[in-house]
Design a protein around this ligand. Structure first.
Ligand code: ZN
Length: 428
């Protein structure tokens, strides 16, 4: 089997940060990567000078300076030998990385008891939502996002895709004064902004619920080429399309949350979780009360197995993961859907940015038959809708789960005393 075929077959797991490039490219300055020590020492880069580091969980880490080609080799190793995605945080300087470590709150984030009572009492809102999830709508969004040459963070295509998401979400807001859409730029995200849609909380505006996924894409072996072909239909147009469908359904009938809700399309996840790290840091600096974060990274692949949704077990908040199981078992299991667990390792996707800043986060991702069964075309030219069967069927359970997460964490603001039914005012 050729190396390229082997790469394609092994693929990665969920999340997927980083490229699998093989060459050195212009335009990418050296970076400082923080990665698991086990990963680094087993990789072909183990001979490079490195510093020992440790996070608040006791995870043994390595801090190493890499040029673009070296980062590519690290990425290849994580993908091909560890069969997973992501694997590191990226920093512009050593000082920045050390500051990140010094402030690491992963232990708190994983163990923290909930700051609000997790309750399942909003069936009146959630149940009707679940039936509204539309496969054609999700599919159309995936089709559009995967029609760009790429959504690479340093390309005009990656910028244009982000602006399209901004415009699409803005349209779904339909001019509501309590719905805002903004672009969030970060210092090492090049020209690609993250996109944030906020629905102001009507009763508890200081408490924030976050639902996110990454909007960028990347092609193995083409790192740095702004014209690389990287459709990224599954990774992670599917996550953005799922979030977009959740926004559509939640706003279609004027729903107002008690808590503030923020939907996020993160920039530059594939090169070290950059957009989400900047946003999480911003929320931390502002003292924001983020009560729960859901990350959706890759939702549209299934290999015909009985599992529909996979929950990550590591670097996530325990109580929020437990509540996610309750949500799934209450809302999705009765629909015949099945969940499984997976540990994905250090810095696996954008949830890790929130975890490192002390916020409670969970992540859901598509499930394979076994822990080694992954979407085989990750970071390749074949990450298209056609290679996931031409449908968005597999994303439906993720939209439904995200709607349950949204409705039960953000809750529904009490309706006014008077409601209108068929045009006639009546008492509720
Ligand atoms: Zn991804």
């Amino acid at each position: 089997m050729s190396a390229s075929a082997r790469t394609a077959l092994l693929g990665l797991v969920l999340a997927c940060a980083l490229a699998s490039p093989s060459g050195s490219q212009a335009g990418e300055p050296p970076l400082f990567a923080l990665t698991a020590a086990d990963t680094f020492l087993a990789s072909p880069l183990h001979h490079l000078p490195s510093e020992d580091a440790i996070d608040s969980l006791g995870t043994r880490l390595k801090l190493v300076q890499l040029d673009a080609a070296q980062r590519a080799r690290l990425s290849d190793f994580v993908h091909e030998e560890e069969s997973r995605c992501g694997g590191y945080f990226s920093f512009s300087s050593r000082a920045e990385a050390l500051d990140f470590l010094a402030r690491d709150l992963s232990l708190q984030a994983i163990l923290a008891p909930p700051t609000l009572a997790y309750t399942l009492d909003n069936q009146a809102t959630v149940a009707p939502w679940l039936a509204q999830v539309s496969e054609p709508v999700i599919r159309a969004t995936i089709a559009h996002l995967s029609s760009y040459q790429n959504r690479y963070y340093q390309s005009t295509h990656g910028l244009n895709a982000a602006l399209w998401i901004r415009d699409t979400w803005l349209a779904l807001g339909n001019g509501r004064s309590d719905v805002h859409v903004e672009l969030f730029n970060c210092s090492n995200c090049s020209t690609q902004p993250s996109v944030i849609l906020t629905i102001d909380g009507a009763e508890l505006p200081e408490e924030i619920v976050v639902l996110g996924g990454h909007l960028d894409s990347i092609r193995s072996g083409a790192y740095g080429n702004p014209e690389q072909f990287a459709p990224g239909a599954d990774d992670d147009a599917s996550g953005i399309a799922t979030l977009t469908e959740v926004i559509r359904i939640a706003l279609a009938q004027g729903w107002k949350p008690r808590r503030t809700v923020k939907f996020m399309g993160y920039a530059a996840e594939e090169v070290g979780l950059r957009g989400s790290a900047a946003i999480a840091a911003s929320h931390s600096s502002a003292g924001a009360q983020v009560v729960g974060v859901l990350q959706l990274d890759m939702t549209n692949y299934r290999s015909g197995v009985p599992h529909h949704v996979q929950f990550l077990t590591d670097f996530v908040n325990g109580p929020l993961r437990g509540f996610s199981y309750q949500l799934f078992d209450s809302y999705l299991a009765p629909l015949g859907l099945v969940r499984k667990d997976l540990a994905c390792g250090y810095a696996c996707s954008d949830h890790a940015s929130w975890t490192s800043h002390g916020f409670p986060a969970v992540m859901a991702s598509e499930a394979g038959d076994t822990d080694d069964d992954f979407f085989p075309y990750l970071h390749s030219a074949n990450d298209t809708l056609a290679y996931v069967g031409g449908t968005a069927d597999s994303s439906i359970p993720f939209a439904q789960f995200a709607l349950a997460f949204l409705g039960e964490l953000a809750k529904t603001s009490a309706p006014p005393n008077d409601v209108f039914i068929n045009g006639f005012e009546s008492d509720p």
